[in-house]
Design a protein around this ligand. Structure first.
Ligand code: GLC
Ligand code: CA
Length: 513
């Protein structure tokens, strides 16, 4: 159990869109270093940087061509080391994004793996043994190699799947997890982790972590693989932490991950809250958080008391939170995100309500995700302070509306979303019950009904959180005796015998006597 995760709050940085310091229109490592104080001041004490390794950028860097070299467009390995060092000086931790499931077709390993002659990389990827047989249940690359076979892909067609083996082998070309090829792939993965951890990185967000072992219906093989990785970390880097992009904490946490995300895919009902036709957190008040809560309770019970379930404000794959949640309801959404247990993750720009930029042409394999990846809006100078490059050179077009939010303006406005998020993180850190490992008990979460209420608990305090995103007054049964109000946004609650009335669009935290 890592102590620093007790009060960690992460900030996700999409490096190409964060801060450009050399006017080429693309964010860079020095730009991250320059903004560490901004992130720290908001209250976040950890960052996750999306893939920043050499890549042809057909999937924004999730198509790695060299795991040991920083992408030149962001700077050098030394510049990245400086991000680690400067973060550590500020008591912050840094996660890199580990992409273990696939590489780019341009990776040297793949080029060698395509050769007809057997070599060190022949078994690095999942290949069938003839061009006429495709891997079942997966798409494949075929007809571009001298090697006779189809290579399975993990995501886009330029992302060949690395070979960690099959859980159930039913074809001659299926290799078991303990065959030489799969074992070598896993050792290489450990080398990559070792390389960056030695340089000062504190852990990894792991891309598609549940995808590694093929034909592994219940993920038993993949769980075993990650347990093996955890053993290696415990021995060599016991302080290293990992969060998985898996979306099934009951599995990933068994695999030795400290944290897993609830995501816009998977069984969590996360979308019911923020991203569906009638999200629970919209002020229309037509949403339903019931299924989310039921699933969350079940997952939490399975994950155990040390398993950290992370509910992100958004990420580079989802629509911006502000696409469906408007105005002060963004504050109310953050009141929820920052009062739930687990480790909070804030996607860059969500703290100022950056919008989804509509109508963009896809950039680097972003497709519909491109609108959530536009450059950060720092202030009201040229290109919102992101870059001094000519506007046409910016990595992605920015939000061009006259009232686009920016960090500087919000920092000087007491009533801004930025300051609300900052207050919430501060409140969270001042109360042990609200921290990442504090207890949780749902008090009120009924079908098609508002508000939602839960108790957060620690040894020395109990805090009642009541949240009503709906633009109408609502009531809930309640027999607690309220103590001090430690946070409120919007209106308030009033208690009479056995009942609480909650004002419209309101979030409050009260201690309980
Ligand atoms: C993950 C990443 C996504 C990427 C995909 C393939 O889902 O978050 O951005 O496209 O994996 O690596
Ligand atoms: Ca740059």
């Amino acid at each position: 159990m890592l102590k620093w995760l007790d009060d960690a709050v992460f900030y996700e940085i999409y490096p190409q869109s964060f801060n450009d310091t050399n006017a080429d229109g693309i964010g860079d490592f020095n730009g991250i270093t320059e903004k560490l104080d901004y992130i720290r001041e908001l209250g976040c004490n950890a960052i996750w940087i999306n893939p920043c390794f050499a890549s042809p950028f057909g999937d924004a860097g999730y198509d790695v061509s060299d795991y040991y070299t920083a992408a030149p467009r962001y700077g050098t390995n030394e510049d990245l080391r400086r991000v680690f060092d400067e973060a550590h000086k500020r008591n912050m931790h840094v996660f890199l994004d580990l992409v273990p499931g696939h590489t780019s077709v341009e990776c040297e390993w793949f080029k060698k793996s395509m050769k007809a002659e057997k070599n060190e990389y022949t078994d690095r990827y999942v290949w069938t043994d003839t061009i006429w047989e495709e891997p079942q249940g997966m798409s494949s690359i075929k007809g571009i190699s001298d090697r006779d076979g189809c290579c399975a892909v993990n995501f886009f067609s330029h992302q060949p799947a690395l070979n960690y083996g099959f859980y159930k082998c039913t074809r001659p070309w299926h290799q078991p997890m303990d065959a030489e090829g799969p074992k070598a792939t896993l050792e290489e993965l450990k080398n990559i982790m070792r390389f960056w951890l030695k340089m000062g990185c504190d852990g990894f967000r792991v891309d598609m972590a549940g995808s590694l072992i093929k034909h592994d219906e219940n993920s038993e093989g993949t769980i075993k693989l990650w347990q093996n990785v955890r053993e290696f970390l415990d021995k060599e880097f016991p302080e290293a932490a990992m969060v998985s992009e898996w979306g099934e904490p009951d599995k990933s946490l068994r695999g030795g991950f400290h944290m897993d995300f609830l995501l816009h895919f998977g069984p969590s009902h996360y979308n019911d809250l923020f991203r569906c036709e009638e999200p629970f957190f919209s002020d229309r008040g037509k949403g339903d958080a019931f299924e989310f809560v039921e699933k969350y309770k079940e997952t939490r019970a399975k994950a155990g008391k040390d398993g950290l379930i992370c509910i992100p404000s958004g990420n580079h794959d989802m629509d911006r939170l502000a696409r469906s949640i408007k105005g002060d309801n963004l504050k109310i959404s953050f009141a929820f995100l920052l009062s739930m247990p687990g480790v909070p993750f804030i996607y860059y720009g969500d703290e100022i309500g950056m919008r989804y930029v509509e109508g963009l042409t896809s950039v680097e394999g972003g497709y519909g995700r491109t609108g959530s990846r536009s450059p950060m809006q720092w202030d009201n100078s040229v290109n919102a302070g992101f870059s001094t490059a000519p506007k046409e050179k910016l990595y992605i077009k920015q939000d061009e509306s006259g009232d686009r939010p920016n960090a500087a303006a919000q920092m000087s406005d007491e009533n801004s979303l930025y300051n609300e998020v900052k207050r919430l993180i501060k409140t969270r850190k001042e109360h042990s019950a609200l921290l990442n490992r504090g207890g949780l008990e749902f008090v009120y979460a009924e079908k098609n009904t508002y508000p939602i209420a839960y108790l957060r608990t620690s040894e020395d305090e109990k805090i009642l959180v009541v949240i009503n995103p709906a633009d109408r007054e609502v009531k809930m049964p309640c027999s607690y005796t309220l103590g001090e109000k430690i946070y409120s946004c919007g209106g308030d609650i009033s208690a009479s015998v056995g009942e609480i009335t909650v004002s419209p669009c309101t979030a409050v935290f009260y201690t309980i006597k």
